[in-house]
Design a protein around this ligand. Structure first.
Ligand code: ADP
Ligand code: MG
Length: 433
């Protein structure tokens, strides 16, 4: 058992060498529709009508009955840029989704239509050496390619896609698109896979087909989210535990409206810098496989062996793993002050050491930390734009949203979208009644 695993075991009171918690085997329809609960009755009504309306539009477009699947976005409470360093993350699935209505076709083609983009694309299941075309349908094709590589025979299908998630905002619409596609393609072809296998396969689609070198966190949360819980995931062993979130706390997600660009951008550069850090540190610490294996005193002892920027990237990852553990302890003990301190420290580390924040994210976090009722705030997701996660006392949520929205508009001239979210369930089929 490595150092982190021993600590995790003591924090959680579970043996991490024992069999891991099994993923909940496929959510039932009642559980999945239950995740559409919302504080706002209007939202609840309009969201629960989405699958039925989507199936109606599917019938009008393609004819025939559709099955409907959904996968949620996710927000990461803490543990940023740790997943691809074999580290620890603490995401929660959110109650915003991508839905896909799917029906069989007679030929060996996937016709995909995105209602949000008002674009369609055709994907041949017989394409030799399929390659990414640098467009949105790559996410669906990547999933089909990986399913095929896993020995699963897919049938031709029409897929009508509708999303309630902002795209490119750090809430993981890409993983929601992959996971909902995987569920739809598997079901329509009469096949099934365990949720964890679907998460791994969708990650391969994004890494090896689309070309974004993301870790497993996004696909994992989309597959295995649990209502009212955050998920502590060990990205090395894929062991995880669902941790209840305090009932009097609400997750408020503030969108800076600055789009990040992941594929080929700064995200991949940061990943390469972490790998460079491991390569250089291995000369002195031959036992390490990833930054997960390095302690802060070890890193500090070898500061002079690393270029300054690589040293600071490594310091972020090493300290962030510790902050995840400290946040888990704070959640367990109901220590809301410690929870807030960890989130604030994570933001500073991402801003100053990992350098993936931006002016708008910093402004949004500063405004949040000055608002009443906030316990903690930080940027969430890969960075360079996107969203902040704010943990707010539930009774202060309206005032919080008001003050952050006004302040952000004054400071940047941009009107932010604000999502008051619940931790929701993972991907599932929606059974029409
Ligand atoms: P994030 O996952 O944080 O939203 P990414 O850059 O990883 O950001 O993924 C966004 C991409 O996912 C979009 O550029 C698009 O290619 C695809 N995508 C997301 N939502 C949709 C949608 N509703 N229809 C088509 N493509 C989508
Ligand atoms: Mg993404």
């Amino acid at each position: 058992m490595d150092r982190d695993a021993a600590y995790l075991a003591s924090v959680l009171g579970i043996g991490f060498c024992e069999p891991m918690l099994l993923p909940e085997a496929g959510l039932s329809a009642s559980e999945s529709t239950g995740s559409f609960e919302s504080d706002s009755m209007t939202k609840q009504k309009s969201e629960s009508a989405i699958p039925e309306k989507l199936a109606e539009r599917f019938a009008a477009r393609y004819g025939g009955e559709a099955r409907v699947f959904c996968a949620p976005g996710r927000v990461n409470l803490i543990g940023e840029h740790t997943d691809y360093n074999d580290g620890l993350v603490l995401p929660a699935a959110i109650d915003s989704y991508i839905w896909i209505a799917v029906g069989l076709r007679e030929d060996e083609v996937l016709e995909v239509c995105s209602e949000n983009l008002q674009q369609e694309a055709q994907i041949s299941l017989n394409e030799r050496n399929p390659r990414a075309k640098k467009k949105w349908s790559d996410y669906v094709q990547g999933v089909a390619v990986m399913l095929h590589a896993a020995g699963i025979h897919l049938r031709g299908a029409n897929l009508l896609i509708h999303s309630g998630l902002p795209s490119g905002a750090g809430l993981s619409s890409s993983a929601a698109l992959e996971v909902s596609s995987a569920l739809a393609l598997l079901a329509i072809s009469g096949q099934s896979l365990e949720p964890l296998e679907i998460a791994k396969l969708c990650r391969r689609a994004e890494n090896d087909f689309v070309g974004t070198r993301c870790g497993i966190m996004d696909q994992f949360a989309a597959c295995l989210g649990r209502a009212g819980h955050a998920l502590l995931l060990d990205c090395r062993s894929l062991e995880y535990r669902a941790l209840p979130l305090p009932p009097n706390l609400t997750m408020v997600i503030c969108n800076t409206m600055v789009k990040h660009e992941h594929a080929g951008g700064g995200y991949n550069t940061r990943r390469a810098e972490c790998e460079e850090g491991v390569r250089l540190l291995q000369r002195k610490l031959p036992g390490i496989k990833a930054l997960r294996d390095v302690s802060l005193p070890e890193l500090e002892a070898h500061q002079r062996d690393l270029p300054d920027s690589v040293y600071r990237r490594c310091r972020h990852v090493v300290t962030e793993n510790t902050r995840v553990l400290s946040t888990v302890t704070a959640l367990r003990d109901g220590d809301l002050t410690a929870l807030g301190k960890n989130l604030a420290a994570s933001h500073r580390s991402l801003r100053d050491d990992f350098e993936v924040s931006c002016h708008e994210l910093d402004v949004m976090v500063e405004l949040a930390l000055r608002s009443d009722g906030v316990l903690g705030a930080r940027m969430t997701g890969g960075g360079f734009g996107g969203c902040t996660i704010n943990l707010v006392h539930t009774e202060r949520v309206n005032a919080f949203c008001e003050s952050v929205s006004t302040g952000y508009q004054q400071a940047t001239g941009k009107i932010p979208d604000i999502y008051v979210s619940k931790a929701g369930a993972g991907a599932a089929e929606i059974v029409q009644r």
